[in-house]
Design a protein around this ligand. Structure first.
Ligand code: ZN
Length: 499
């Protein structure tokens, strides 16, 4: 087989795997948005069949042969990046024995059900045996995956943020934690934004029209995507077709706006990946941290900025009518930046969110690498919440049992949320410098220049560079927490009258 031929076959084979993946994504989207209840059992069979076919395709031994035959000396830079990433995917897919993959899937399914019941009853003891089993399986999985120099936790985290390890994260997180805890304490002495607007009720149809106009202004392409409703907002890509969902409550229009801009940011990334590279790594997102940076940039750096509210307030008034009476743009901007140390990660504000992530980061490493027992977990969780957030955890439902991740086998995943915040701030600062200030553009509702900057410097590259390299190229610096905390301090101290 010629070398060019081997490369061609790798691409064709990968494209079919991507088509199977996209088909699964469409079925899963339907399951979350509009599927009649009675279709559940058959849908589970359909998804399991597609998952098996996809896995067979990704572990096909011919991929190994083609990878060997595609001599990198004959390839250009772009093709070399494709082969590098396909090799990584193939090694990862073939390192886990099929028996372990099946055992994990079965244990996850049992653990999720046990977790849901245990959380509802706030009964950690009922979940503990499942978590113990899950930790042991994750350790086995890590032993299959780990490369020289990696800890077990590193090997798991590498699945979500390739190239990132616990030691690097500790270096990023230590100064971040110190400054965030100090900021939380300072804000407690400031003047708290008024939150009356939060309690105004708005009908669903009006909220829908409002958030749709905002996402359209961001540049989301409705010829290649749509927005629907689901219990938990998400974004999924079906290959040139990006589906967003959002959630609505009568009395929380800011939550609907924030979650829609968040998913819209994910959607712009997916729509900005080069379409001609569908089915190969150049058309895929580079890491979860970078994906999350795109959602947080739009949700927070845009959606929680004073400039954005200058543009958005008249739009809100047009759609929300009476609910806006007696309010004005600056008050709603301040409310969007309310800081309240809380117990629940998914409800946390911008200034305390990452402290929630750091609690999980500490505890995961303790469980996976440092011999911490499951029985010790609730006490250690509660102590860290006292330390970092200054709150007392009243029960395990609002403590250690709140997140689904560990029951789904997602260890090493949480830090990608914080990496997203740090990358977002560094990208936002770089775009601001390149565009000569984004505030005036946002105040006029001109989102195109920012979107195009992200497209050119982040989206267009797919997996060509590692996340860390992409950050260096786009921002001129390696990732640090400085841009993020500088941005937060500047904004929040002013909102709280402490600047
Ligand atoms: Zn997200």
């Amino acid at each position: 087989m010629s070398k060019a031929n081997a490369y061609r076959r790798l691409l064709d084979h990968g494209r079919e795997a991507a088509l199977l993946g996209a088909t699964s994504a469409l079925l899963a989207w339907d399951q979350e948005t509009g599927m009649p209840k009675g279709a559940g059992p058959r849908r589970a069979e359909q998804l399991a069949l597609l998952a098996r076919l996809h896995h067979e395709r990704c572990t096909d031994p011919r991929i190994g042969e083609w990878l060997q035959a595609a001599d990198e000396r004959d390839l250009n830079d772009e093709q070399r990046a494709v082969v590098r990433e396909l090799r990584r995917d193939y090694e990862r897919a073939t390192r886990l024995p099929a028996a372990l993959v099946e055992e994990l899937a079965a244990a996850e399914s049992r653990a999720q059900q046990a977790w849901a019941a245990a959380r509802a009853a706030s009964d950690f003891a009922a979940f503990a045996p499942h978590l113990r089993g899950m930790v042991a399986l994750q350790q086995q999985k890590a032993d299959c995956l780990r490369r020289p120099g990696q800890t077990r936790w590193d090997a798991l985290a590498d699945l979500y943020e390739p190239g990132m390890c616990a030691a690097d994260l500790q270096e990023l997180f230590a100064p971040l934690r110190e400054r965030l805890v100090a900021l939380r304490r300072r804000l407690a002495a400031g003047s708290r934004p008024d939150d009356a607007f939060r309690r105004r009720t708005v009908t669903l149809a009006h909220q829908q029209a409002f958030v749709r106009e905002v996402v359209a202004a961001m540049g989301f392409d409705f010829d290649h995507g749509r927005i629907d409703q689901s219990a938990h907002p998400f974004c999924t890509s079906i290959g040139g077709d990006v589906r967003l969902t959002t959630r609505f409550a009568d009395d929380n229009v800011l939550d609907a706006l924030g979650s829609t801009m968040h998913e819209g940011g994910h959607g712009l990334y997916e729509q900005g990946l080069p379409r001609e590279h569908f089915g190969n790594p150049l058309g895929e997102a580079v890491s979860l941290g970078i994906h999350e940076s795109q959602s947080r940039l739009w949700e927070n750096h845009v959606g929680r900025s004073r400039a954005f509210w200058q543009w958005c307030w008249p739009v809100a008034q047009r759609h929300l009518g009476d609910a806006c009476a007696g309010e004005h743009a600056d008050r709603v901007f301040a409310l969007a930046n309310l800081v309240e140390p809380s117990l629940i990660r998914v409800e946390a504000d911008e200034a305390t969110y990452d402290l929630h992530v750091m609690v999980r980061f500490e505890l995961e490493r303790a469980l996976i690498d440092e011999g911490c027992t499951v029985a010790e977990l609730p006490a250690r969780w509660n102590a860290l919440y006292r330390d970092y957030l200054g709150v007392e955890v009243p029960d395990d439902r609002r403590g250690v049992l709140q997140d689904v991740h560990w029951s789904c086998g997602l260890f090493g995943y949480f830090p990608t949320y914080t990496l997203g915040n740090l990358y977002a701030a560094q990208f936002a600062a770089a775009a601001d410098r390149a565009l000569g200030g984004t505030a005036e553009l946002l105040a006029r509702g001109e989102f195109g220049p920012l979107r195009d900057w992200l497209r050119e410097h982040v989206h267009a590259h797919g997996r060509r560079y590692s996340a860390q390299e992409l950050c260096r190229r786009a921002t001129g610096a390696t990732l640090s927490s400085d841009a993020f905390v500088d941005y937060l301090e500047a904004k929040l101290l002013e909102v709280y009258g402490l600047a």
